[in-house]
Design a binder for this molecule. Sequence first.
Ligand code: EPU
Length: 419
Amino acid sequence: MDKIVINGGKKLEGKVRISGAKNSALPLMAVSLLAPGEYRLREVPLLKDIDTAATLLSQLGVRLERKNHDIIMDSDGLNCFEAPYNLVKTMRASVLVLGPLLARLGKVKVSLPGGCAIGVRPINLHLQGLEALGAKITLQHGYIEAEAKKLKGAKINFDISTVTGTENLLMAASLAEGITILKNAAKEPEVVELANVLNKMGARIRGAGTNTVKIEGVKELKPTDHTIMPDRIEAGTFMIAAAITHGDIMITNCRPVHLDSLITTLKKTGVDIIPENTGIRVKGSKKIKSVNIKTSPYPGFPTDMQAQIMTLMTVADKESLITETVFENRFMHISELRRMGANIRVNGHKALVTGVPWLEGAPLMATDLRASASLILAGLKAEGSTEVSRVYHLDRGYENIENKLSNLGAEIKRITEYT
Ligand code: EPU
């Protein structure tokens, strides 16, 4: 198992290019199931989750070829409608095959995902939505089985804004008969991107990015060629790397408009953020000011940046109240940050972070993807050496992070341990 070793205290400077967005690439890979023909996705990040999605699609009968950051897919030979337990347990986003397989084949069988490190994460809203479109759903032996001869448009009101739930419904309703209205749809940029790509393929989706999305079902869709948008969470993580090391980083291949709430928050902490032609320049200040943060669905402060901003707040000047409203158990990084000297008190889904002058390097254990990133950031700041183990979480969502950080001047290396 690999671990990352960081010798902290280096100021980060230079340029970093952001990779394609994992959470956009995953639904766009599932799109290839909707209709036969050759799809090409460009700028697909080289990540463990993408490997898992590729394995799943191959098992379903999709011909899949990877050339560096390009993936070419063709589902002409689609011959299976099952997402097995061993893949769904590795990556929950495997449930994104539910909508497209049901729409294309009239049936689908997907292992019911269990809880994960950050919360219970049920998929009841995906299933209720598909039921509203006419699917008959049964749960047996840990698997969801859904069947529908032909999906029919319906009005669906999501109780909670769900990203992959909205994505599943967008894909399924695109091939349904009649009109589907999604109320309280997720507005995340990755959802809007999916709707845009589906429209490029011949779908008729209006209102993506707002609360209400209207999908007029079409008879068929045609394949497409698409470049994955930059990963806003990776960009945000590098912005905090600049802030916490009082560095000066130019972040290229990023869309500041997707980072509005983070940029507003970082400016309040004293960070200088300068939009330039090729990206954004982030200059950390000597003194980091404490700010309060509450996560919420887009355009609110992203839950996927909560752990990273908490690390920044551990070395800020006063107290910061961080409230997590999206997932019920996304504070696993706190016990590790405390081991580095951070002063954090937790009460339910609120964490009170009192800034300390410095963090101390320590051996740490990553518990989930974004928690891993927060520990790497803490290691960049800390005095002495920090070792982050269970790096496989990090590899699910950050392409080559140690090389990117090392190019910015960090003293960081990966050590492969053979057991
Ligand atoms: N929820 C339900 N029922 C459902 C669906 C969701 O109760 O049927 C609840 C969840 O338990 C959670 C909230 O609704 O409390 C929001 O969950 P959502 O469905 O939006 O999350 P997701 O679609 O499973 C995606 C991202 C996550 C990101 C969340 C929130 C992908 C592949 N994953 O997950 O990304 O945290 O939206 O923005 O898009 C990550 O990249 O590290 C990551 C976890």
